[in-house]
Design a binder for this molecule. Structure first.
Ligand code: ADP
Ligand code: MG
Length: 241
């Protein structure tokens, strides 16, 4: 089943076209990677899908339903969750509290939210830090918290925006493992990632955008050897045959 269809969307900010007639889709159970140079429109595309922006043109469907004008909270309750590139936890509150905020998307019972949050923390090997203040976490753990908060909303489709930026190589490997584990639990994943090694290892398929427009799409191997992609983004050193 097509869990997400993005049909010919354009997003303009005044005179600037951030996303320009973009088409893409994700099948249920897939991990789709989205890559492209800085400013290519990746986060804007996510914001359109997650209901932060209403696209100027085009249509977005989630599980078959047109969702163009729906708000993030409504979409979250329907199973579409995202993380933000800039991580903003409630700094003075505990990790557990922060994750419970996510869990309240699916329940209004505190005890249920707590149970859900504890399950998610366990999945992410995060239980030992549940009582720490979010503001005292390392960058790697803030990223993990951001994933936990989104996961606690019980998504069918999870959008991850550069959750590995700023992490050390060993931490990147760990987050790759976490994302693979989340997929095994039946969550479809759409991931923006700059760290090539990670996005290549994770993705079933990759879409490459440049100036808001798709310039390539295919398996990691196909995309990495695509002339246009190498020119626009990867540089010669990443081209593999
Ligand atoms: P990426 O995530 O690929 O680095 P973005 O989607 O953040 O790119 O940005 C694409 C373009 O849209 C950039 O030129 C950026 O400055 C612009 N842009 C993004 N968000 C806004 C906004 N809310 N208002 C105005 N311009 C924006
Ligand atoms: Mg971005």
């Amino acid at each position: 089943m097509r869990i997400l269809e993005v049909n010919d969307i354009t997003m303009r900010f005044g005179g600037l076209t951030a996303v320009d007639h973009l088409d893409l889709h994700i099948d249920e159970g897939e991990i789709l990677g989205l890559i492209g140079p800085n400013g290519a429109g990746k986060s804007t595309a996510f914001n359109c899908i997650a209901g932060v922006h209403t696209p100027s043109e085009g249509e977005i469907r989630f599980c078959g339903e047109v969702i163009n004008r729906q708000k993030p909270w409504t979409l979250c309750k329907k199973g579409l969750a995202r993380t933000f590139q800039i991580v903003k936890p409630f700094a003075t509150k505990s990790v557990l509290y922060n994750v419970m905020v996510g869990a309240f998307a699916t329940t209004d019972k505190t005890e249920k939210a707590r149970e859900k949050a504890l399950t998610v923390l366990d999945t992410l090997n995060f239980t030992d830090k549940k009582d720490m203040k979010a503001g005292n976490l390392t960058i790697a753990d803030r990223k993990r918290l951001e994933i936990a908060r989104a996961l606690a909303t019980d998504p069918r489709l999870l959008l991850l925006d550069e959750v590995m930026a700023g992490l050390r190589p060993a931490e990147v490997d760990e987050v790759v493992g976490v994302i693979q584990h989340i997929r095994q639990q039946g969550v479809t994943i759409f991931v923006i990632e700059h760290i090539m090694r990670a996005v290549m290892a994770l993705s079933d398929r990759i879409v490459v955008i440049h100036f808001g427009n798709k310039i390539a799409e295919g398996t990691p191997k196909e995309v990495a050897s695509d002339e246009n992609v190498i020119k626009a983004y990867l540089g010669a050193e990443y081209g593999i045959s």
